[in-house]
Every structure is written in structure tokens, then in C-alpha cells.
Design a protein around this ligand. Sequence first.
Ligand SMILES: [Zn+2]
Length: 230
Amino acid sequence: MKKSKGLLFRIKCINSILPTKDICFLRNPTLYKNQRCIACLRNDESLYHIAEYEIYVKIWKNLEEEALQLTGLQTITKLDFALEDKSLRIAIFGNELNSHIQNRKMLLRGLTSIKQQREVMKLTSSKRKANKVLTIFLEQFWTCFFERLWKFRCEIMIEWEKRNNISAREKKTKRKRKRANLDKENCRPPDAEKKTKKEKEIDIQGEVCKKIDKWIAYGSKEEWSQFKLK
Ligand SMILES: [Zn+2]
């Protein structure tokens, strides 16, 4: 990640102002209509929803493993000692699903706990080293979150915006929309109307799951290149 862009991304995470749908809606209610998550259609989309919603579980698993491995590599090269991925995972995320998700949410906000510090200290037998390990991990965690999950989620969002006739220009010119666009938005394609809300939910979720598998297997799409960081 480019340094300045990476810093900006982190600042947004820490302040919980990444443009998730709840934030988009707050900024532009006319355009976004509601806070509903576009990947599951069930809950409102916030940063914490992304952290806990099961649809992203595979991506989370992979990206957290990657962050742990990268941390392991860096502790060898920078701090000159070896850490086992598995012990580090338990020290950082705990053993239970609830604590795992809770810790993930805190890490997203750039926060580590005394408990994590204590647990990592058991592996490093020094407070200074434990703090360094946590700092390295947080860095890797954010980078992997950005590269593996946030980019993917942005692809879905871009597709959703296209479907809803929301252009980049419109996002900037708040609440000044042309009548023509409103009309376009009001008439739905005929097949969408026949489907119930539940069916639509299942459709979208299935589509997102397929995309997740593809994303994990092949990485980002060609079209992504225009948004890619240099
Ligand atoms: Zn969702």
C-alpha cells in the first residue's frame, strides 16, 4: 500500500469513517436511500457489520492467517526471534468465536488490549518485544484487510452503484439530481418485481458468495486496475 493512502485508510478505520453504507447514507440519503448492506440485504452495513457478518468469513480467515504469517516473518527479520503462527493467533484473537470477532473489531479501530499484550508477552518474554509484535501485527492486519476484503467489498459497492445509477459525479453533487435519473430509478426491471424480498436476499447472497470464492481463488478483477494503488 502506498504510504499516504495507507495512512488515510488507517485514519478512516480508527475514526470509523470508512465509506460503509451507513456512512454513505448519512452523507447522501437521497442517493443511498437506506443503510442496508448490499452483500446480505439483512442488516445495516457498518464497519462492525463487515467484521462480524458470516458472508465474509472465508476472506477474514485467509486475511488473518496471512497477517499472522507476515508478522511471523517480520519478527524473524526485525526482532530476530521466531513466533509460531498458531500461538500468536490464540494470543491475539483468543480461543472463542466471540472473543475473536470482538478482537477483530478492536483491531480494525487500531486498538489492542492489555490482555493481548499479556498473552503475547508469554511468547516473547519481554514487554517491549510484545508491543513490537503487536505493532507489526496491526500493520499487517490493516494492509491485509485493505487488500483482501475492503477492495472486494468496494467492487461489490461499485456494481451496486452502477445498478442504481449512482455515478461518481452524482456522489459529489449532493441532492442535485435530474428528473430523468429519478424516473430511471423508479422503474425496476420486470423480473425483479416478481421476486419476493426473501428470494432477492438469497439471490444477492448467493451471488456474493460466488464472487468471494472467485476473489479468493483469482484475486481482483481486471477492471479493478483503475482503482488500484500505485
Ligand atoms: Zn451484510
